[in-house]
Design a protein around this ligand. Sequence first.
Ligand SMILES: C[S@@+](CC[C@H](N)C(=O)[O-])C[C@H]1O[C@@H](n2cnc3c(N)ncnc32)[C@H](O)[C@@H]1O
Length: 246
Amino acid sequence: MEENRKADYRFYGRRKGKKLKPSREILLDSFLPKVRLPDVAGQNDLDPASCFSLPVKSFWLEVGFGGGEHLAEQSRRHPEKGFIGAEVFLNGVTSLLTHLTGMERRGDVDENVGLAEGRVDNVRVYDEDVRDILPRFKSGSFERIYVLFPDPWPKRRHADRRFIGPKNLPVLARLLKSGGELRVASDDMNYIRWSLEHLMKSADFEWTAQTADDWRKPPADWVNTRYEMKALAKGKKPVYLIFKRK
Ligand SMILES: C[S@@+](CC[C@H](N)C(=O)[O-])C[C@H]1O[C@@H](n2cnc3c(N)ncnc32)[C@H](O)[C@@H]1O
């Protein structure tokens, strides 16, 4: 993590949760290095293609992937794309690794662990604050950026910690290709109002919704996330925003 981020690391809640099982420690030690984003510190104008050994040409970024269910499934469905996912919470990172290795089904793991059968090597994981790496990539690097069920920071005095907001939107706009999509979902109506306020103010983004169903219902290619499932189980109605980069 870069020096200037250390001071506000508290913004991102817990880094470590409950103690990891030994099998998950093995995943972190032996498998994470195989899929970890290469060190991009000091880079400018980085082409995301250089982070992959496969010849992938278009790239999707997921900010705060949580347990990684969405990232794992989208990358499985789209072997032709390169995925970069960032998550600061280590238990979330190991959960993603169980999906990528198929370990959630197999249950056994050793230091030779590799990708699950049928998967290609199209995911790169950044296990620290995503804001460290965003400025490193060249403009128009990503075709799609997902920010799904971001930490809501409900208190007004914490509003500047909300990921969607005046600090990060210009950064995300620079990284998206023209016509690329920023997809944001949340079950927190205050967060949705806040996001809409800032996205509508931005000259870089255009809301794609034509009818209420376009934000009330997830798009056809949607993959449920863990937080979304929790919200749905409580009877909440998440909102799905798709903004196009002009
Ligand atoms: C409420 S959870 C949602 C997780 C997941 N997207 C889902 O829908 O299940 C938000 C996640 O974003 C992560 N996060 C917040 N800020 C981040 C940052 N700057 N860089 C990387 N991850 C971040 C948190 O650690 C947390 O796991």
